[in-house]
Design a protein around this ligand. Sequence first.
Ligand code: COI
Length: 358
Amino acid sequence: MSIYIDPAVATSLRGFEMPEKLGFGKVMAPVMFRAVCQDGCWSPGQLVPYAPLALDPAAKVLHYAQSCFEGMKAYRMQGGGVGLFRPERNAARMAHSAERLCMPAVPESLFMDGVRAVTAYCANLVPANSGESLYLRPFLMGTQPDLSVSASSSYEFYVIASPSEAYHPGNMRLWVEREDSRAALGGTGDSKVGGNYAASLQSIARLKARGYDQSLWLNPGNRRTVDELSGMNFFAVINGELHTPALNGSILEGVTRDSLIDLARELDYPVREREIDIDELLELVQSGRCEEAFACGTAAIVSPISVFGDGEREYTPAQAPGPVAQRLRAALLDIQEGRAGDPFGWMQAVEVADPSER
Ligand code: COI
């Protein structure tokens, strides 16, 4: 790792006090990683104290949303070490998102420098309680001050971190969103870009007022099949088999989704990636043949779904949490927190850095 460590990093880390209550994404680690790209050329990265950014008010990101991000975690492993979960998948997905928005990919080595440096220096901030972690948020944005609608010539890449609990602990009440779409056909649904989340906010505000937690998004092309939940992917257990919407261009390919599919097959649950018709799904819930449903994501881990609200009707799966969700959540956390072997080679150990040694 050839990055510059600002001498003020040690003071920032020394002055940090971990609050008792973490929540999700509320407490920010006192350091961050930064790298700049000018005309396609990346400068070496720097670890610096966490601080507000100075952005030109005409920066492209502020007007044309040229930005993408990732969500990933560093875990406290059994024995005290710290590990990253499948970080190369996040690097690859960020490159895909960047390409979609006409931004230069962050080279994998620079991406890894950033997440490893922040994790190594913040190792003491990785919580030890099961289900808690150091949530890492890499992001990339176009900074050129220029109001013409064209790709920026300058970019900044950051990695910030937040010691966090799971995003949505406990059961979730879902609202079947039949009016708005979070993504468009040919749009950015399979990229991790802020605009997808902005498009979900009005729906979330409406459903919260009705006592629900998250929108269940339907495919923007047919408004009939299930896509995802914005920050999470969707699974249903139907007649003992796991069903999840097949990737279709408007679903974000979740690293947790992919990992649960591998784990489920390993645990001998049949898995089907397919189009799931919403009316068929609600009927299966109603008849009891869909025994349980859950959402999954890096931030949320595995969140059982207790209710589907659709207009005036509610559909309630027999079990929330159900045995499959519980078993998969435990199996995943056992790998991430180092209680079990790592048959897929998903974990990458991070050597702890001592800031006083610099
Ligand atoms: C993640 O799981 O990392 C996400 O990006 C979800 C987040 C929007 C809360």
